[in-house]
Write a protein that binds this ligand. Structure first.
Ligand SMILES: Nc1ccn([C@@H]2O[C@H](COP(=O)(O)O)[C@@H](O)[C@H]2O)c(=O)n1
Ligand SMILES: C[C@@]1(CO)OP(=O)(O)OP(=O)(O)OC[C@H]1O
Length: 160
């Protein structure tokens, strides 16, 4: 049995925050603003997985009004989401993610992001694809005001 899910998230870029994307800290003059560590890519992956199992979104599971999630490590949130996926009997088929950012260049960090996401989803690196695009200086990503991310996931239930 197969289930598909998709995720989309946006966070604002601001000074004085580290830039953490896909569990990787990227040197940059700005970072992403959020209640948690604002890891836009891990949030997208979590939302795609929750969508695939019909469990809503990360805002429902980890409300941004709850102090428990202030500055939360998004990897921990994704670990929790992955536990829900496994409880329903699914494993990863594959996931394909796109980071939408004018700056900085993501290409040098994409391999490390794929490894991190694969580890969190208990899968092989080959099952995870991360890519990046600019918006050719158009819109909020193009102006460097924020970074967006989207993902499509395929979950598989063996013998189910
Ligand atoms: N933040 C980004 C954006 C893009 N890339 C890489 O550059 C390629 C060209 O980007 P375009 O927006 O002009 O299509 C893209 O395919 C990525 O490989 C990047 O590393 N970081
Ligand atoms: C992750 C959570 C919870 O800390 O907060 P943020 O970092 O603000 O992220 P967002 O993608 O806006 O929504 C989910 C939130 O509830």
């Amino acid at each position: 049995m197969f289930r598909i899910g998709q995720g989309f998230d946006v966070h604002q870029l601001t000074e004085g925050r580290p830039l953490i994307i896909g569990g990787v800290t990227i040197p940059h003059d700005k970072g992403l603003l959020g209640h948690s560590d604002a890891d836009v890519l891990l949030h997208t992956v979590a939302d795609a997985c929750l969508g695939a199992i019909g469990e809503g979104d990360i805002g429902r599971h980890f409300p941004d009004t709850d102090e428990a999630f202030k500055d939360a490590d998004s990897a921990k949130l994704l670990e929790h989401v992955w536990k829900l996926v496994k409880e329903k009997g699914y494993e990863l088929g594959n996931i394909d993610c796109t980071i939408i950012a004018q700056k900085p260049k993501m290409a040098p960090y994409v391999g490390a992001m794929q490894e991190r996401i694969a580890a969190l989803l208990e899968a092989e690196k080959e099952q995870v694809n991360v890519k990046a695009t600019t918006t050719e200086k158009l819109g909020f990503p193009g102006r460097g005001e924020g970074i967006a991310s989207q993902a499509a996931v395929l979950l598989v239930k063996r013998n189910g």
